[in-house]
Design a protein around this ligand. Structure first.
Ligand SMILES: Nc1ncnc2c1ncn2[C@@H]1O[C@H](COP(=O)(O)OP(=O)(O)O)[C@@H](O)[C@H]1O
Ligand SMILES: [Mg+2]
Length: 511
């Protein structure tokens, strides 16, 4: 393989973790200056481990690393910084009670000069187009702001080689665009960048090349503009993958499950998040909700789950025998007992309600315990349930006794989503369930959701990917600024129509 002007060359890198886990096997990778490289691979394929050997977190069992063609030994994060390598990890390592500037200079040798540090931070921000308030405390920051602090911290230490591990998994599409602008500026400045992302449209948009890992092995590097999603996916998975989502026909005699009428929600800041929202959902259908970030989808799902204060209106749950029950004012646990489940994957995926130190099996137990006595048809023991989820979703773990904390990010999420779906609810509300998941796992989740639909569950589906939303949904309700801006037939609606309705209110609802 050419070595030429590579900023970093990894040669025949192998890394194992006890008990025969081969995280990386004989991997070769080149990272070049003035280039953005995407690192692509399924959850657990060894991307983070490989990059952690550049950032000094792990040391390879065997193989060599060259920086500017010179062999190096990276034994600590400090070694990495000294070589100009900086990594922004999936789970941020900032100290919450400290400010941005304090975090950025934390651990640096020499006398503390906060004034000088502020100036240097401002320079970095101006140069690349960041926006950081140096004196803001981390605990007051959004995920996106925290990420910016992490990146500035790395640049502050003089990094020329930047590694971003799934940075967009925690960002809204708008924030992602901002990050990409910054990355383009860094590339222009001659830096070498590596980005790990599962979103192929992002790979296509931001990277020059894409390197693929599969089960710890290096498969190859593609020129991004010469490849396509199908080729990348096939390479990543190792066989042909069907990138189509089925849309099973809805039940013949659907039952009305949820009836929302004239719903108004005003949030804590006094902003009206939902305005006169009305719709109905039936058993055996997938009801997609489209809308730009912050348009009220979160409040709507939380209102149905009993977690959001409602101003006026009604939300009725309808039993198999037709009895209507008002959900507004009902205890959230009671709503759950009726069979209304909410799986909302927040931007910060570890804050998702899994207990890191507990193993998968215990996490299932926790859930079953909270659910109280078996209203759900699934009465499997937590242990069995854990095994089931591990198998169906191919959770990459040495065993179900492994603490959740030790699983890779995507695998943690599969446990969580699997946990909700395995409850076999009457109404399943899912929001952003594939956030951070690799493509294969995402499609497995879509299949599971479809199976729930076929089994008669009324599914509410909220996601960021419009293509997916339109493929999986029977109906698509568009929310615009808290108002229903049309309920469309998922089989007929087009992306541009939905997109338009997301951004501007139409005068009359088209039927
Ligand atoms: N500290 C660790 N101890 C044991 N196994 C680990 C550790 N870190 C990662 N692994 C395992 O190594 C493999 C690769 O993980 P990782 O590099 O996190 O994958 P990716 O980032 O591609 O999702 C997985 O099987 C994972 O479970
Ligand atoms: Mg990873």
């Amino acid at each position: 393989m050419e070595n030429g002007n590579a900023a970093v060359s990894m040669r025949n890198i192998t890394k194992t973790f006890g008990q025969g886990v081969i995280a990386n096997k004989d991997v070769n990778l080149d990272i070049r200056k003035g280039e953005i490289l995407s690192l692509l691979g399924e959850n657990g394929s060894g991307k983070t481990t490989l990059m952690n050997m550049l950032s000094g977190i792990y040391y390879p069992d065997s193989g060599e690393i060259f920086i500017d063609s010179k062999p190096v030994s990276i034994r600590s994060p400090k070694d990495a910084y000294d070589l100009g390598i900086g990594m922004v990890h999936q789970h941020f390592k900032l100290v919450d009670v400290l400010s941005a500037v304090q975090n950025i200079v934390l651990g640096l040798p020499g006398k503390l000069d906060l004034k000088g540090a502020r100036e240097k931070i401002k320079e970095i921000c101006d140069k690349y187009g960041f926006d950081v308030d140096p004196d803001k405390k981390i605990y007051n920051m959004s995920v996106s702001e925290k990420q910016t602090v992490e990146i500035v911290k790395v640049l502050y230490r003089g990094a020329d080689i930047l590694i971003l591990d799934e940075p967009t998994a925690v960002l809204t599409p708008q924030e992602t665009q901002k990050l990409f602008d910054v990355m383009r500026n860094m590339k222009k400045d001659g830096k070498a960048l590596v980005i790990i992302t599962h979103k192929l449209n992002e790979v296509q948009e931001i990277s020059d090349k894409v390197a693929v890992l599969r089960q710890g092995e290096y498969i190859g590097t593609l020129i991004t503009k010469d490849t396509n999603p199908q080729e990348m996916t096939d390479m990543m998975v190792g066989h042909k993958v069907e990138l189509n989502i089925e849309r099973p026909t809805p039940l013949e005699a659907p039952k009305r499950r949820i009836k929302v009428e004239g719903l108004n929600v005003i949030n804590e800041e006094g902003i009206q998040k939902l305005k006169d929202v009305s719709f109905e959902i039936y058993s055996g259908e997938i009801f997609g909700i489209a809308g730009i970030s912050g348009c009220g989808q979160k409040e709507l799902l939380e209102a149905i789950a009993g977690l959001q204060k409602v101003e006026s209106g009604s939300i009725k749950y309808i039993d198999d025998d037709g009895t209507e029950k008002e959900l507004i004012g009902m205890d959230p646990l009671k709503i759950k007992e009726l069979g209304v489940a909410l799986s909302f994957v927040p931007e910060d995926r570890l804050g998702m309600g899994l207990v890191g130190n507990m193993d998968i099996s215990d996490n299932m137990m926790l859930r079953s315990f909270r659910d109280g006595h078996g209203v759900f048809t699934d009465r499997k023991t937590p242990h069995k349930k854990a095994e089931g989820i591990v198998n169906v979703l191919h959770v990459d773990t040495p065993g179900i006794e492994t603490p959740v904390r030790r699983l890779s990010g995507g695998n943690v999420q599969k446990v969580l989503v699997g946990r909700e779906i395995s409850q076999k609810p009457k109404v399943l509300m899912t929001a952003y369930v594939v956030r951070g998941l690799d493509i294969n796992s995402s499609y497995t989740i879509y299949e599971l959701i479809n199976m729930e639909k076929v089994n008669g569950t009324a599914v509410i589906f909220v996601g960021e990917d419009l293509d997916v939303l339109l493929q999986i949904s029977d109906k698509v309700m568009v929310l615009c600024d808290g108002q229903v801006n049309g309920i469309l037939d998922g089989r007929k609606a087009t992306k541009s129509e939905v997109g338009l309705r997301m951004t501007s209110l139409t005068k009359e609802d088209a039927d």
